[in-house]
Design a protein around this ligand. Structure first.
Ligand SMILES: Cc1cc2nc3c(=O)[nH]c(=O)nc-3n(C[C@H](O)[C@H](O)[C@H](O)COP(=O)(O)O)c2cc1C
Length: 399
C-alpha cells in the first residue's frame, strides 16, 4: 500500500490535529521523554513483524471476543488513559467516552481528567446521546458498525479508571471509590510514573497542564466520601493541595495489594516491561498487567512494548496481558495479540482523530480499526482470537 492510499483510508489525522490544536497542547500530546527514542521506535516496532497465516479447515464468521482481567469483552481495543482531554476538544473526556461507548471499545479515564468522574460516566451511559452520535456517522461507517455489532452483541466494554497512587493515598482511594460508584469496571494502577519524565516539548512551549485536575479532586474531596468537609481543610490551601496531589514516589507492589483492597474492582498494573513483574503483581492480587512505556514519555530508551512482549511472553492472547504504545491500525492490534495481549490500548492516534474530527471522527477511526482487525483475523486463518498462536508471527529482521 502506498502512503497515499494509506492516507486515503486513515486520513492525515496527525496533520489535521496539529492544525486544530494550540502549539502547547499539540506539543504536550505529541511529545515523549528527552530524545524521544522510545516514542519514535514504538510505532515502527510493530511493523517489524510479519504474519504467517495458516489455512484453516473451514472458515466461519470471525469473532473478536476476548477475555481480559476477568472481563468478557467484544473486542480487544480500548482507549488508553490520557490526561486533560479538554486540551483536544471542548467535548473533552465526555466526548471521547461517548465515541468509545458507541463503537463498544474500552475507555480508560485518566486520574488527571478535566471532567469530573460522574460526568464522564453519565456521558458514557447516556444511550440517547450515543445514538445521536451514531446518526451523525457517514453511511459507510454506520453500516460497518452494524456489521461489527453482530458478533459480541452480548458483551460490553465498561469504562475503566486509571489511578496514580498519591502521596496522600486517601485521595487516590476516594477517586477509585467514586469511579466504582459511577459504574467503572476496572482500575488501571500506573506504576511507571513515580515522577514525571523529562519532556522537552513542554519546556520549549513553556507548557503546563491547566488546573482542571486539582479542581476535580478538590470537588470530590471537598465533599468527602460521607458528604462532610471535616478534615479536608489542608486540600483547600494551595500548597497543601499540590503536595497531597503529588504522585507517590514509592509506588510498587504494596500499592497493588492496597488498591485491590480499596474498591474491590479488578486491578490492572500499567507500565509493565517484564513477565516477572506481571507475575509478582498477580501474586499481589492484580488481575492483569498492561505492558506499556507510557507512550515513551517516562524513561527514554526503554524497550518498546512490541519488543517486550516478544522477549517476555510465550502465548498469544493471554487473558492477563494488555499492551499499548504506538498502536495505530487493526494489524498493529493483531500483532500485539499474537505477541500475547488480549487487550490493546490506543493513545495518541485516538487523540488525533478526536482533535481533528471530534467524537464522530474518533468513532470513524475506531470503526476502521475494528473492521480491519476482523478482516485480518479471517485472513490469518482463525475464526476467533483464542486460536491465534506465536507461530503466526515472525520477525525476519532477526535472521
Ligand atoms: C498526552 C498524554 C497523556 C497521558 N496521560 C496519562 C495519564 O494520565 N495516565 C497514564 O497512566 N498514562 C497516560 N499516558 C500514557 C497512555 O496511557 C499510554 O500508555 C500511551 O499514550 C500509549 O502510547 P501511544 O500514545 O503511542 O498510543 C498519556 C499519554 C499521552 C500521550
Amino acid at each position: 500500500m502506498t502512503k497515499d492510499s494509506f492516507n486515503f483510508i486513515y486520513g492525515d489525522t496527525i496533520g489535521a490535529a496539529r492544525a486544530a490544536l494550540d502549539p502547547g497542547a499539540f506539543g504536550y500530546y505529541s511529545g515523549g521523554a528527552l530524545e524521544q527514542v522510545t516514542m519514535s521506535e514504538s510505532a515502527e516496532s510493530w511493523k517489524r513483524f510479519r504474519f504467517v497465516p495458516k489455512i484453516p479447515e473451514t472458515r466461519g464468521d470471525t469473532s473478536t471476543d476476548v477475555e481480559f482481567a476477568g472481563m468478557e469483552l467484544p473486542n480487544p481495543v480500548f482507549i488508553s488513559p490520557m490526561a486533560c482531554q479538554s486540551l483536544l476538544r471542548v467535548e473533552a473526556e465526555s466526548g471521547m467516552a461517548q465515541a468509545a461507548a458507541l463503537v463498544n471499545v474500552g475507555y480508560a479515564l485518566s486520574t488527571r481528567t478535566s471532567v469530573p468522574i460522574p460526568k464522564v460516566a453519565e456521558a458514557y451511559y447516556d444511550t440517547s446521546a450515543v445514538e445521536r452520535l451514531r446518526s451523525q456517522l457517514p453511511l459507510w461507517h454506520q453500516a460497518a458498525l452494524e456489521q461489527l455489532g453482530r458478533s459480541g452483541a452480548d458483551r460490553r466494554w465498561l469504562p475503566m479508571f486509571q489511578v496514580y497512587q498519591m502521596e496522600d493515598s486517601s485521595i487516590s482511594d476516594a477517586l477509585v471509590q467514586e469511579a466504582k460508584e459511577c459504574g467503572f469496571a476496572a482500575v488501571l494502577l500506573t506504576i511507571d510514573t513515580p515522577t514525571i519524565g523529562i519532556r522537552l516539548n513542554d519546556r520549549r512551549e513553556s507548557f503546563s497542564l491547566p488546573d482542571t485536575y486539582p479542581e476535580v479532586v478538590y470537588e470530590r474531596m471537598g465533599k468527602g466520601l460521607d458528604g462532610s468537609t471535616e478534615g479536608k481543610s489542608s486540600l483547600f490551601q494551595p500548597r497543601g493541595r499540590i503536595n497531597s496531589l503529588s504522585q507517590d514516589k514509592t509506588v510498587g507492589m504494596t500499592a497493588v495489594s492496597h488498591l485491590v483492597g480499596v474498591g474491590g474492582l479488578p486491578v490492572v498494573v500499567k507500565g509493565v516491561s517484564r513477565a516477572s513483574d506481571l507475575r509478582a503483581a498477580m501474586e499481589h492480587g492484580a488481575a492483569g498487567g498492561l505492558f506499556s512505556t507510557h507512550g515513551g514519555r517516562q524513561l527514554d530508551r526503554i524497550r518498546s512494548t512490541a519488543d517486550s512482549l516478544f522477549a517476555e511472553l510465550e502465548s498469544s492472547c493471554d487473558p492477563s496481558v494488555a499492551a499499548d504504545g504506538g498502536v495505530r491500525t487493526g494489524t498493529d492490534v493483531l500483532t500485539a495479540m499474537c505477541l500475547g495481549a488480549s487487550a490493546v490500548g490506543i493513545g495518541r492516534f485516538a487523540a488525533w482523530a478526536f482533535a481533528a474530527g471530534g467524537p464522530v471522527g474518533l468513532a470513524c477511526y475506531l470503526i476502521e480499526v475494528l473492521t480491519e482487525l476482523r478482516l485480518s483475523l479471517l485472513l490469518i486463518g482463525v475464526d476467533s482470537a483464542d486460536e491465534l498462536d506465536r507461530t503466526m508471527l515472525d520477525r525476519p529482521g532477526d535472521r
